[in-house]
Design a protein around this ligand. Structure first.
Ligand SMILES: [Zn+2]
Ligand SMILES: [Zn+2]
Length: 637
């Protein structure tokens, strides 16, 4: 139990979701117990080559895994549940509580990742309370948001109640008839809320976010004006919007073909759970839709954010195997671009228009509303909860600042508000809030194969920006070149003649060997040891400097060395690789080495220097090539 000399403190550590929109992940810690609240992902930026998913740095949870008592989930958006399947590979979460739709979507994700057995998923109902460990009891309170089944949380701790808004707007006419449980929120306000953490996404937007219902008449108008085929794109997870689109399709007697895996998945779950109600015969497979008259077709797709692999993006590029845009098609973007996606979205719209589609998009059409609260709703939540302390979350820095200003205007003193960054440790006592330190808070990148380390990403960026130069050189044990080195450039802008570059590389290697060979050798005659790894690293650096100077760019330089090869040419050399002990983030290190020969040949015959480049090198080069072909175990550090 507590070290009784100290005031008990509650720690709140947001690991993601601050100064950004995405990967919301928050840790609550009291005594030696941890409660995790949401664990989302973010999507990569353009320079994160090959990366599929961005996660917060989970070092803190990995190191404190034994403290984790369980997790609570506010709703089923990717920026709140998308990280869980990845984290379960690294540490256990004994139990996860969340709303029905979020748990159904999460179950799919865990199943796909083979992680379903690693935790216990528990569905909760509105106003249900769950206990986690000795320190936490959490009540789930329904709110309204763009996805169905979304919650605020009241987290009872030994120090008092901390409320978390989840993602919310205050929609008084929700599509599913499930109202924001403001009475419950007010009840907590009446009893006393120690701290409120609240969604800041639209804190810069004055007024009130219109109800989801407000898009119905506008979409209805667009649907009634469309004469040909109708294609509609929105967020797959916007269950209410999808519901509206499906109802209007029914009203306008169009059959719906759903395109895109996430859209199919969400619709299937939402129908099963009763959030979307429509007859089976409203849907047709895409192939069958093509046999219907144009004015009876509606294609509902993903791709509202211009995501490169999504259906609408591929349709716009003419790359979709089954859907080609025709004159007379109406394409509706029932979503606004998330900042960062704007260029991809406008490019998609341009391409669709160029192919003859009538594209309906933009704020003035009234066919999209946000799922997040505007300023007047924030004021309402602050007024109802009247928290002692306030932490704006879920937003970029300026949104957090705006939100904190609103809280101050409502009487919360500035010293009771903290604007924090990912990794900050918020420390709460009954009468003070402060930032008491930092835990690791970077990002973890994931591609098809797994975690992409920072050094790997740096290598990808270097290759993408400046290309790759490989140099293959065979060296004798006495420090001479056995053959004329092979140089290959890929994706490199050549500002000098390739032949000249090759000659400069050869000269650099020769000079290096003449001047520095002794640095890498130990022992005396007969038993001389060569530090090949160190030599390779240093020589590669020299080549890197040369190439940078000559080409005025920094391609990745990959130097492959082969050691002395006193072997018969018909003997098949077996390559081994030696990874450098110290990681070199912007360089790859591959060292190929042939084993001791069974029959000793006379090495001096093979010693070839570049002074005679067209002499004997062929033999050694051949050996190198053959060894490379068989070098399946070569790895880089
Ligand atoms: Zn969110
Ligand atoms: Zn959300």
């Amino acid at each position: 139990m507590a070290k009784n000399t100290q005031t008990p403190t509650l720690k709140i550590l947001p690991l993601g979701g601050l100064h950004e929109i995405g990967k919301n992940t928050c840790v609550f810690e009291y005594d030696d117990e941890i409660l995790l609240l949401d664990a989302g992902l973010a999507f990569p930026t353009d320079d994160m080559h090959g990366v599929n998913v961005v996660l917060p740095d989970m070092t803190y949870l990995r190191e404190n895994r034994e403290k984790i008592k369980g997790m609570v989930v506010t709703h089923g958006h990717e920026d709140h549940i998308g990280g869980i399947a990845y984290h379960l590979k690294q540490f256990d979460i004994p139990i996860i509580y969340g709303p029905r739709l979020a748990m159904a979507l999460l179950r799919d994700k865990l199943e796909e990742a083979g992680m379903l057995e690693r935790t216990n998923l528990q569905t909760v109902s509105p106003r249900e309370m769950v206990r986690l460990g000795k320190s936490f009891v959490v009540e789930f309170i329904r709110n309204t948001h763009s996805i169905a089944d979304s919650y605020c949380l009241a987290i009872h701790t030994p120090l008092g109640v901390v409320m978390h808004s989840g993602d919310f707007k205050i929609d008084h006419t929700p599509i599913d008839g499930e109202f924001f449980d403001l009475q419950k929120v007010a009840e907590y306000g009446e009893k006393g809320v120690l701290c409120l953490l609240s969604d800041s996404t639209n804190a810069e937007v004055p007024g009130i976010t219109p109800s989801e219902a407000s898009v119905i008449p506008n979409l209805d108008r667009v649907f009634s004006q469309a004469e040909g085929r109708l294609m509609v794109t929105t967020f797959a997870s916007s269950v209410h919007r999808v519901n509206i689109i499906l109802s209007l399709a029914q009203k306008h007697q169009r059959k719906v073909a759903v395109v895109g895996r996430s859209m199919l998945n969400v619709i299937a779950h939402a129908r099963k759970l009763g959030y979307i109600k429509c007859p089976d015969n409203l849907f047709v497979p895409l192939k069958a839709a093509r046999n219907l008259p144009d004015q009876q077709q509606l294609i509902l797709t993903t791709g509202s954010q211009g995501e490169p692999l999504a259906a609408m993006t591929r349709i716009s590029k003419g790359e979709h195997p089954q859907i080609k845009i025709r004159q007379g098609d109406t394409v509706v973007f029932s979503a606004n671009p998330i900042p960062g996606n704007t260029i991809a979205v406008v490019n998609t719209i341009d391409r669709l228009m160029m192919q003859g589609a009538n594209v309906i998009y933009g704020k003035h059409q009234g066919i999209h509303v946000s799922g997040h609260a505007s300023q007047e709703e924030h004021k309402m939540l602050l007024a109802l909860t009247r928290p002692k302390f306030f932490v704006p979350v879920h937003g970029e820095h300026r949104m957090l600042v705006k939100h904190s200003q609103m809280a101050q205007a409502q009487g919360i003193p500035s010293e009771n508000i903290v604007i924090v960054n990912n990794g900050d440790v918020i420390e709460l006592t009954g009468d003070r809030i402060r930032v008491a330190g930092q835990v690791p808070s970077g990002i973890e990148l994931v591609d098809q194969a797994g975690i992409v380390h920072e050094s790997t990403m740096a290598e990808r960026q270097q290759m993408a920006e400046d290309g790759l130069v490989t140099v293959a050189a065979a060296l004798s044990k006495t420090g001479t070149l056995l053959a004329y080195p092979e140089v290959h450039c890929r994706g490199v802008v050549m500002t000098i003649q390739p032949k000249l570059l090759e000659e400069l590389i050869v000269r650099t290697i020769e000079n290096f060997l003449t001047e520095r060979w002794s640095e890498f050798t130990h022992g005396s005659n007969g038993s001389t040891e060569v530090s090949w790894n160190a030599l390779q690293k240093e020589l590669e650096s020299s080549l890197q400097r040369l190439i940078k100077r000559e080409l005025q760019s920094s391609p990745m330089v990959l130097l492959m060395l082969q050691t002395d090869t006193p072997i018969e040419l018909d003997q098949v050399p077996q390559s081994i690789s030696v990874a450098s002990s110290t990681p070199t983030p912007r360089k790859k290190v591959v060292l190929t080495k042939t084993p001791e020969p069974k029959v000793k040949a006379k090495p001096e015959k093979k010693v070839v220097t570049t002074a005679e480049p067209s002499g004997q090198p062929v033999s050694a080069t051949k050996v190198y090539r053959r060894s490379r072909k068989r070098s399946t175990t070569s790895v880089s550090s």
